[in-house]
Design a protein around this ligand. Structure first.
Ligand code: PMP
Length: 444
């Protein structure tokens, strides 16, 4: 099939330079395992799990079958004042995988919705405890929490906020970005700042500025994914947990990328040994096949919200989406999580992550324009010096070139990321890394 077999006039592509796309379209028509087929019949290796979603690889029969069966059984019910069996089963599986007393799952349909849900829950929880003055949120530079007004406000990637800066939530601050001095040896030539400096900044500047008793929640990704896989130093998240506990502030982990196996563990929370008060998920929970997101909450949040002497018809939390706990999405989640467990895919992600990390460090070290190499779990990033006056151009050109040579990699500013499905083989890693290396040389 040629791309002019379908009309390209109507779609406005999200997060895409549409004008250049239309001149050089990249359109997938099929996918299986690690590989896409494009509109012109070429094969492309999925080096980024299609936006960090497809952990189990494409076209997995147990997931497809579960979806078909669910469609023939209960296609949709309602999300409010009633639910469905699949939603309870999926919630039970997800809660069982989460650490500590993260026991209650509130479903939505995306990572952006999960971010806004968690922020609203934080406000409602404090209000229910008689601390309605806690309305300040703290995010982190380089953080990404989706595109809703809440998530965008706490997010810290400047390009995502620029056009909307006058309309963001008013009581938000950002911690400076912290990077691990060992794994992030240099970032754009800036020396790493120690974790103590960063945490002192939180305790000595940011919290006193707002008064910690006004702060509702701190939200971070355990590893900053969308910005280009920036890793926190050892112990940083634990100290953040202690600071939150000291001041009665909720800690939210946005695990839309780090959740469900990317780190070789169930969640980033497990990897770092820190239990947040809320954990946001999406993407891999359904292998990306059907949209789903959610927030897993600690018991204290649910119990506090339910502790009310209001009459029985009064709703405790005024929030939800028409498709929260959609039975087809939940059937996909159940089948996905079973497949992950049955094939031990998280352990495999951890093992293949070492292969990927070694390939990155041995291949890119010393190459032209390379100013940073980072790897952890089954994801790795190579950071390039930006072209003066044209940030992001070099990585974008390399992304296009890699695509044309059969490798889907992800540009993020001047960083290129590879984060393949957990079923990846060494041969795929070699192909992805070598294609990227050739292209980096070509664009030196
Ligand atoms: N949070 C994080 C950490 C993410 O990586 C993303 C998506 N990349 C989101 C939130 C937003 O998810 P969605 O695009 O599903 O709204």
């Amino acid at each position: 099939m040629a791309y002019n077999d379908f009309n390209m006039d109507s779609q406005w592509l999200p997060f895409t330079p549409n004008r250049s796309f239309m001149k050089n379209p990249r359109v997938f028509v099929a996918a299986d395992g690690m590989e896409f087929t494009t509109h012109d019949g070429s094969k492309v290796i999925d080096g980024i799990s299609s936006l960090w979603c497809v952990g189990a690889g494409h076209n997995r029969k147990p997931i497809n079958e579960a979806i078909k069966k669910q469609l023939d059984t209960l296609d949709y019910s309602t999300a409010f004042q009633a639910s469905n069996d699949r939603a309870f089963q999926a919630a039970e599986m997800i809660a069982a995988m989460a650490p500590g007393d993260l026991n209650k799952v509130l479903f939505c349909n995306s990572g952006s919705e999960a971010a806004d849900t968690s922020l609203k829950l934080a406000l409602a929880y404090h209000r229910a405890r008689g601390e309605g003055h806690r309305t300040v949120f703290i995010g982190r530079e380089k953080g990404y929490h989706g595109v809703g007004f809440g998530g965008m406000s706490v997010g810290g990637i400047p390009a995502n906020r620029k056009a909307f800066s006058s309309a963001l939530l008013p009581r938000v601050d950002h911690m400076r970005f912290i990077h691990d001095p060992v794994n992030n040896a240099y970032i754009n030539g800036v020396e790493p700042v120690s974790q103590e400096d960063m945490l002192l900044e939180l305790e000595n500047r940011i919290l006193p500025l707002h008064d910690p008793s006004n702060v509702a929640a701190i939200i971070v990704e355990p590893v900053a994914g969308s910005a280009g896989w920036y890793l926190p130093p050892q112990g940083y998240l634990k100290r953040l947990r202690e600071i939150c506990d000291k001041h009665g502030i909720l800690l939210i982990f946005d695990e839309v990328i780090t959740g469900f196996g990317r780190m070789g563990t169930n969640f980033g929370a497990d990897f770092y040994g820190v239990v947040p008060d809320m954990l946001n998920f999406a993407k891999c929970v359904t292998n990306g096949v059907i949209p789903m997101g959610g927030v897993i909450c600690r018991d204290k949040l649910y119990d506090t919200m339910m502790k009310t002497d209001a009459p029985p018809h009064v709703i405790e939390f005024f929030h939800g989406y028409t498709y929260s706990g959609h039975p087809v999405a939940c059937a996909a989640a159940i089948a996905t999580l079973e497949l992950f467990q049955q094939d031990k895919l998280f352990a495999r992600a951890g093992e293949m992550g070492k292969v990927l990390g070694n390939a990155f460090h041995s291949t890119f070290k010393g190459m032209p324009n390379v100013i940073g190499i980072r790897s952890l779990g089954l994801a790795a990033a190579v950071e390039l010096a930006p072209i003066a006056g044209s940030p992001g151009k070099r990585a974008y050109d390399i992304f296009i070139d890699c695509f044309n040579n059969g490798a889907l990699v992800r540009p993020a500013g001047d960083v290129l990321v590879i984060a393949p499905p957990y079923i990846v083989e060494k041969s795929h890693i070699d192909k992805l890394v070598n294609t990227l290396a050739d292209s980096i040389r070509k664009h030196a």
